[in-house]
Design a protein around this ligand. Structure first.
Ligand SMILES: [Zn+2]
Ligand SMILES: [Zn+2]
Ligand SMILES: [Zn+2]
Length: 319
């Protein structure tokens, strides 16, 4: 298939060159269409900067020393077929979709072929509101959810209206079984411990061709999970994991040991004995506005020097 596309692409290029009829094209128009996973957001639910934060963390943004970040979101993009899937629907989805339209060969305005949701905390699903009648008025976008999440969306406005009007179509996921979207792209949801007020919380194992991507934007401390994150990392090629907070002491006046997220320094120390090839699979994301990985180069260096990675908006991994 790739060879055929290459051959056709080469033929078209040759014809255009021979007849000299073409205007110079931007590089993106002549490059081969590809399939890739794209990072569309790396911040915690609130995004960065956080609303009404008057502290130094967000002042770095207002002083233009660093850029804004969107809530955690990944996309799988298949340019040749002009389709893409989203993992999470964040409140900043309008900007994240624009990144797809602006930076890939997906047709501008094209709706996602489906949206997978981890849980009912605002940064992960509130962007669904843009598919309703007040905005896009979308038609039957598949939204893949676990059972409690499905009940929550069906039973509470404004989400129930999206279901009633057929803007979205809820599709049930079963934990630990692979949902195949099409040839060679599948998604396995697995439950993780988190504060589950409105829904259960899942992470995803995204299978795309020969690559496996682990996506766990929100989880309690690793010890509270009935699986070993080290084994899960070994089983995949890339792991995007909860890095809400960097370390103890990040939130003055709060006992950080009570905060139910693995700190970046805790994750680094837990994975310390792993081979460097395993460590390099780890991409930290879902940063709270207080997390120095958003604005402090020395914190970022600390992570890189230990052999780990930091997720970056716009980054792509071809599959
Ligand atoms: Zn979150
Ligand atoms: Zn802040
Ligand atoms: Zn959450």
């Amino acid at each position: 298939m790739m060879k055929f596309q290459w051959f056709v692409g080469f033929g078209v290029l040759l014809l255009l060159t021979l007849f000299g009829a073409c205007q110079p094209k931007p590089a993106s128009d002549t490059a081969e269409p590809t399939r890739f996973l794209m990072v569309l957001g790396v911040a915690q639910d609130a995004g960065y900067p956080q609303t009404a934060c008057a502290k130094a963390c967000c002042q770095h943004y207002w002083d233009q020393e660093t850029t804004a970040k969107y809530p955690a979101c990944l996309a799988l993009v298949d340019e040749a077929r002009d389709v893409f899937w989203l993992f999470e629907a964040s409140p900043d989805i309008k900007f994240q979709l624009e990144k797809i339209y602006d930076q890939t060969r997906i047709t501008p305005g094209k709706m996602p072929a489906g949206i997978f949701l981890t849980h009912a905390h605002i940064g992960h699903y509130a962007g669904l509101m843009h598919f309703g009648r007040e905005v896009i008025g979308a038609d039957s976008i598949p939204v893949y959810v676990m059972p409690r999440m499905e009940t929550f969306l069906r039973s509470n406005g404004p989400w129930s209206q999206l279901v009633d009007l057929g803007n979205i179509k809820l599709v049930s996921l079963t934990a630990d079984s692979i949902f195949w979207l099409e040839n060679q792209i599948g998604v396995r949801a697995f439950e993780v411990p988190h504060r589950d007020e409105f829904s259960e919380t899942v992470g995803f194992d995204i299978k795309a061709s020969d690559l496996n991507f682990l996506f766990i934007p929100d989880i309690d401390k690793w010890e509270k999970w009935d699986r070993d994150i080290r084994e899960e990392i070994k089983a995949v090629d890339y792991a995007f994991v909860d890095a809400t907070f960097f370390d103890n002491g990040e939130l003055p006046n709060r006992d950080m040991s009570e905060i139910p997220h693995p700190f970046v320094v805790e994750t680094i120390s837990l994975l310390d004995t792993m081979e460097s090839v395993e460590k390099s699979k780890v991409y930290f994301m879902h940063f709270n506005h207080t997390n120095p990985l958003l604005f402090d180069e020395s914190a970022r260096k600390r992570v890189w020097e230990q052999g780990f990675n930091i997720a970056r908006e716009g980054a792509r991994i071809e599959f």
